[in-house]
Design a binder for this molecule. Structure first.
Ligand SMILES: [Zn+2]
Length: 301
């Protein structure tokens, strides 16, 4: 009898404890992170894992980030975010307007361009997400904020940051290998999307005036267009990078010029899709670069 009562008490105690564990009353809710672009959202997911709820505002490959206009839904997401990630350098000024219109005392904002000003290209190229050091600094900052908001899981975030850094090291190794195989390559692009990666590769980007005109949706002068076309026709460049996600008739025309001149073309993206991890996204682009270089003879000197 006595043992039966003890067993019943134990069973009741277990039953009473179970709901508290199941509802996770002791664990804080996931940290809500809103990223202006899915590239930064992916980095936040890599560091935060199951402890974060990440929303990426720009994730549709058919949206031109340079022309993006935020919706009321974006405003609601920004209003409830604990952490907001953005690029800066004029790339996503709509987010600054969102933040100003939805003030919050508990929200923390990480601007990639402010993490390490020494990394910024002097020409004002805003496509910072192709710099693995900027990505590493962004990840470290996210980890620090998460650990301070959710100290019980600090070790979890630290371990995930270490794994993310290891993935960046694989990209850096791949870049070093390509840099050594193809030293000082002259290349061009319809837009300066890959500029930070080209710096890492030690390659020379020609036709920058044309590239920035296309990016800013300004009409290049006839002289700029003629010189740019000439570099392709004369095959003074080994590769033409074009923007897979956003294009203009002029950019499409230059892709055609490159193809008929025998200059290999490589499609580059403004941001990583939600399903592709950051490091894998960069590795995919480097694979495409190497495949294009192997398929065609080097450009004339
Ligand atoms: Zn762009």
């Amino acid at each position: 009898m006595r043992t039966r009562i003890l067993a019943l008490v134990a069973a009741l105690a277990a039953w009473a404890l179970a709901p508290a564990v199941a509802t996770g009353a002791a664990a804080p809710a996931p940290v809500v992170i809103v990223a202006a672009e899915s590239t930064y959202g992916g980095i936040a997911q890599a560091v935060g894992g199951s402890r974060v709820e990440v929303r990426s505002v720009i994730h549709d490959p058919n949206v031109d980030p340079h022309e993006f206009e935020a919706s009321p839904r974006t405003a609601r997401e920004v209003a409830r975010a604990s952490i907001v990630l953005m690029n800066g350098m004029g790339y996503d000024d709509w987010m600054r307007r969102m933040l100003a219109a939805n003030p919050s005392t508990q929200r923390q904002v990480i601007v990639a361009a402010d993490l390490d000003r020494a990394r910024l290209l002097p020409d004002g190229n805003p496509h910072l997400f192709y710099d693995t050091r900027v990505a590493g600094a962004m990840a470290a900052r996210i980890e620090a904020l998460l650990a301070s908001r959710d100290p019980a899981h600090a070790a979890y975030y630290a371990q995930r940051l270490a794994a993310f850094r290891a993935s960046l090291a694989r990209v850096d190794a791949r870049v070093a290998q390509l840099r050594a195989s193809y030293p000082g390559l002259k290349v061009t692009a319809t837009e300066p999307v890959y500029g930070y990666m080209l710096r890492a590769l030690g390659w020379i980007s020609l036709g920058n005036t044309f590239q920035f005109n296309v990016m800013n949706d300004t009409e290049p002068t006839p002289a700029v267009v003629a010189r740019y076309e000439d570099e392709l026709r004369q095959r003074r460049v080994s590769l033409l990078f074009y923007n897979r996600q956003v294009g203009s008739p002029l950019a499409r025309h230059m892709e055609q010029v490159a193809r008929s001149a025998g200059v290999p073309t490589v499609g580059i993206e403004e941001f990583a899709g939600p399903a592709t991890g950051y490091a894998q996204w960069l590795l995919n682009s480097l694979d495409a670069v190497e495949a294009a270089l192997r398929a065609r003879p080097p450009a004339r000197r």
